[in-house]
Design a protein around this ligand. Structure first.
Ligand code: FAD
Length: 381
């Protein structure tokens, strides 16, 4: 018997419309003041000063308690803010990971000191996080991590190496998945998540250049780095359980199908009125609408405390195919040479999207891994 996929339809509440108007106003002001140039994949484009302004405007930590600097809004108000920022191609990367997953993880599983000292800074758009899951030879097979934390008085001594840590060069902290007991053959047992202060002695962050020459992700090396006991998340040995829960948040948001949305919007302006263009643009718009409905449905499930892991993987996989093929689709309809020349132009948007598209089906879990999860969820393996 195959398991059911659950995508209950979601109707945005009226307060989400009011929030959409607010964030559009904010974006219009930013653009009028020339504070950013729209770009595709803007959740990988960091501008700490833009993040601070988002914090001041109340667009970070939107669903968190006021006690920690949050705004006690609904997940759907947060959803519309996120989709508007992505559609505008705004440089949200600096605060993205902290707002989407590190902060919520600390809220649920952090010590009181971690909550008190870290969360208000995230909400203000001043404290940034990196994710330390992947290691050399450990990406898809996350349970095989080798970075090790050994118990010492008052905390843990961390040694090892993480790779592809997006934004670690700007972040004050990393949540690192490490082994605290057993060996890498023990798989899911003995893994723990630690909040590592990246300014601590024994931490080195080195840039890794991507295909376009940008330095967005890093290698992070721990050489006898001390982490206090109260910077463990959720208790020793609960790392795997927490990582699995976190991935549903990481995989289902609008960033998983809207990376090339600014290109789509830029292309529409000068789109020729040909039958091919009408057909391709119509099909892309239909895909986008279906993906948005699926993603909002997962947001609703997460808000209810459910664990829609299969559905989140489906959004990520179908979304990656959509946003990865969009540059080619657009280019067939409105032929041009990708050219990084004039920032914000259609040609530059296209060049940026072409360079970044290969990563869409790698980051956050590769296509093959996601399809394996979906197959398991459907009872096929
Ligand atoms: C832009 C970008 C940003 C990233 N940011 C971060 C970050 O902030 N933090 C972080 O921790 N990581 C980050 N990553 C790493 C990302 O999560 C890994 O690249 C990804 O999980 C794949 O791991 P890998 O690179 O080791 O490839 P591998 O696991 O070696 O996979 C190589 C190929 O083999 C396939 N494969 C592997 N295992 C199987 C299997 N069992 N069955 C079928 N096929 C399989 C994969 O699908 C893939 O095609 C980022 C990656 C990118 C591209």
């Amino acid at each position: 018997m195959y398991a059911d996929l659950k995508f209950p339809p979601v109707q945005l509440p009226p307060e989400a419309d009011a929030m959409r108007a607010r964030v559009r106003h904010f974006i219009a002001d930013e653009l009028a003041a020339n504070r950013f140039t729209p770009t595709s994949d803007s959740w990988c484009a960091a501008d700490p000063s833009f993040s601070r302004r988002c914090g001041e405007a109340g667009f970070i930590a939107m669903t968190w308690p006021k006690q920690y600097g949050g705004h006690e809004r609904t997940a759907f108000e947060r959803y519309v803010v996120v989709e508007e920022l992505l559609a505008a191609g705004a440089p949200v990367a600096a605060h993205w990971i902290a707002d989407r997953q590190s902060g919520p993880q600390i809220l649920r599983n952090g010590s009181q000191r971690a909550r008190d000292t870290i969360l208000p800074g995230i909400a203000a758009g001043r404290t940034f996080f990196a994710i330390g899951m992947s290691e050399p030879d450990v990406g898809s097979d996350l349970a095989a991590v080798r970075t090790r934390a050994t118990k010492v008085e008052g905390g843990w001594n961390v040694n090892g190496r993480k790779v592809w840590s997006s934004g670690a060069h700007l972040a004050q902290y990393m949540i690192a998945l490490v082994r605290t007991s057993g060996s890498h053959e023990d798989r899911h047992k003995g893994l723990t998540q630690l909040i590592v202060d990246l300014k601590s002695p024994g931490v080195a962050v080195r840039p890794i250049e991507n295909l376009s020459g940008a330095k967005d992700f890093n290698e992070t090396v721990f050489d006898d780095c001390f982490v206090p006991d109260d910077m463990i998340l959720g208790g020793e040995g609960r790392g795997w359980e927490m990582v699995t829960a976190e991935l549903a948040f990481e995989r289902s948001g609008p960033e998983r199908f809207m990376s090339t949305m600014p290109l789509f919007l830029a292309a529409l302006d000068g789109m020729p009125r040909t039958p091919t263009a009408a057909q391709e643009v119509g099909r892309a718009a239909a895909h986008l609408t279906a993906l948005r409905a699926m993603s909002m449905s997962v947001a609703g499930s997460l808000q209810r405390g459910e664990a829609p892991n299969t559905e989140a993987s489906l959004v990520k996989d179908v979304g990656a195919v959509f946003e990865q093929t969009l540059p080619d689709t657009i280019r067939r309809c409105r032929p041009t040479e990708p050219y990084a020349g004039e920032a914000g132009s259609y040609e530059a948007q296209l060049a940026h999207a072409v360079y970044h598209a290969p990563s869409f089906s790698l980051r956050g879990g590769t296509r093959e891994i996601l399809r394996g999860i979906i197959a398991r969820g459907l009872g096929l393996r």
